[in-house]
Write a protein that binds this ligand. Structure first.
Ligand code: PMP
Length: 295
């Protein structure tokens, strides 16, 4: 699914077949979760394709590496060039792109001083598929921002995402919604969250969440359409009295939530602000100039 016998991936300066690529079992990443990765999408458009917000994603990769004492051996511009070549070599225009910085052989808990870098791409549908997903309030909380760097998209942080997703699926839901250590709303397992309250949107403020690139785009799109967006701290009672709820992220794009535990959101997805912004997002990412114009 992620590759075929003909696929090529970029590993430490070389183009190799995925099945032939190797990594040391003594990599610090393997044992302690020390990696920084990104999830990026390229979209076909009338003039070819565009990697959506490539600069922002690769800047975040660099920032995450700095926070974790890691190094990306390429500049943002070089990473974008590698990404373009990756799409070209694999004949992809609509694709999900996964760059990853990992550590070399290093079993102590001092930061590693050697790093590897890989980038792969494959066709990947919207993470959740159709709108109207059913969500469970997780029994897990998001990691305390004082125990990790929330802004770093680090491999180890995703243990929390995997166990919360599994818990939700085992209970018959599609996705998990997580609060923070102070019981304020945070985010889904791999997406940010917005609530519709009347004719405005509210979303958790940054600090206890991964500040998503899609989240920033949705806020910009909403404001360009005259929709008020408030970034604030939200309690469970705010969430379970909202008119509508949706998740946003690179893989998920914009996906509507129909049910949260026993609470059914009263506004139908088709009539919600989220649906309107989802359509605008879909158009934006597939446009040639990717400009947000005020309406
Ligand atoms: N929160 C978490 C925990 C995530 O993993 C992601 C996906 N990267 C997001 C939010 C959304 O971020 P983005 O819009 O930058 O993909």
């Amino acid at each position: 699914m992620y590759y075929t016998a003909d696929s090529q991936i970029f590993v430490d300066g070389k183009w190799v077949k995925p099945a032939e690529a190797t990594v040391s079992l003594f990599s610090q990443t393997m044992h302690y979760g020390m990696s920084i990765f990104e999830g990026i999408r390229s979209y076909a458009n009338p003039d070819g394709h565009t990697i959506f917000k490539a600069k922002e994603h690769y800047e975040r990769l660099h920032e995450g590496c700095e926070l974790l004492y890691m190094k990306v051996p390429y500049t943002v511009e070089e990473l974008i060039a590698i990404n373009e070549e990756l799409l070209e070599r694999n004949g992809l225009t609509n694709a999900y792109v996964r760059p990853l910085v990992y550590s070399g052989e290093h079993m102590s808990l001092n930061p590693s001083t050697t790093f590897g870098f890989m980038m792969a791409a494959w066709e990947w549908d919207k993470y959740h598929g159709n709108n109207g997903i059913r969500v469970m309030t997780s029994s897990f909380e998001r990691p305390n921002p004082k125990s990790i760097h929330m802004r770093a998209k680090a491999g180890g942080h995703y243990v929390n995402s995997v166990i919360s997703t599994r818990e939700a699926k085992l209970k018959g839901f599609d996705e998990a919604l997580l609060y923070d250590h102070d019981r304020y709303l945070a985010e889904a397992s791999s997406a940010n969250v917005f609530l519709q309250k009347g004719d405005m949107l509210v979303t958790p403020q940054v600090g206890n969440i991964l500040p998503g690139i899609t989240r920033a785009t949705i806020i910009e799109l909403a404001r360009s359409q005259g929709i008020e967006v408030i970034e604030t701290r939200l309690r469970e009672e705010d969430v379970k009295s909202a008119d509508s709820m949706f998740f946003v992220g690179t893989a998920a794009e914009v996906v509507g939530v129909s049910l949260l535990d026993e609470y059914e959101f009263p506004v139908k997805w088709e009539n919600s602000i989220g649906a309107k912004l989802g359509a605008a997002y879909s158009k934006l990412v597939r446009s040639s100039d990717q400009r947000i114009v005020a309406v």
